[in-house]
Design a protein around this ligand. Structure first.
Ligand code: ZN
Length: 190
């Protein structure tokens, strides 16, 4: 098919690079798993690798649907962490715009969600899981108190924090997974 393959297409199609490019949007990374485990231990219920907004291609790593909190655990390389972000010397022509696009997209996603009433938390993969957990719990607690009065007033730390049936509040687009067990939490409600 590709008769006029651009140079970067040929190297990018090599197995190693293809694999690392896929990891741009991977789930279940170990920093993310560690954070999920701590949140779960704190009694949180959440969705994993879930699109909180209307754009289904913009997925967050941990999503509290009722509280409208979207947590992204960003990889240091792919999201240009100020501490560890680097640009590979080889194929810089490819990587510079690529990483720049990632950054622009991150900002865009944050803006889109925030304008839709979501609280967005971005956590670097290098952050300690317990510190990240404290950050998330602080936001969960805050939103629970500000939103919680007319919703379910369950004390945080209980077993049913974000566990109520999903409301079809996204215009019934039908993309909300119902029974996929992807909350990352083994507890059953109540
Ligand atoms: Zn980093």
């Amino acid at each position: 098919m590709a008769t006029t393959r651009r140079p970067e297409a040929s190297w990018a199609s090599s197995e190693g690079v293809a694999r690392s490019m896929r990891s741009n949007r991977r789930r279940d990374t170990s920093p993310e798993l560690a954070l999920r485990q701590l949140l779960h231990a704190a009694g949180c219920r959440y969705r994993v690798d879930y699109a909180p907004g209307l754009d289904r291609r913009r997925r967050a790593d941990i999503v509290f649907t009722k509280l409208r909190i979207a947590v992204f655990v960003d990889g240091c390389f792919w999201h240009s962490c100020p501490v560890h972000g680097t640009i590979p010397k080889t194929n810089a022509d490819y990587w510079v715009p690529k990483l720049e696009r990632n950054r622009t997209r991150d900002e865009e996603t944050t803006r889109l969600l925030e304008s839709d009433g979501w609280t967005v938390l971005r956590i670097w993969e290098h952050e300690a899981a317990d510190a990240a957990c404290v950050r998330v719990l602080a936001v969960v607690d805050l939103k629970r108190r500000t939103m919680g009065t007319n919703q379910e007033a369950v004390a945080f730390g209980g077993t049913s924090t974000d566990v109520a049936p999903l409301r079809p509040d996204r215009g019934s687009t039908g993309h909300r997974p119902r029974m996929r067990g992807e909350c990352g939490c083994g507890n059953s409600a109540g």
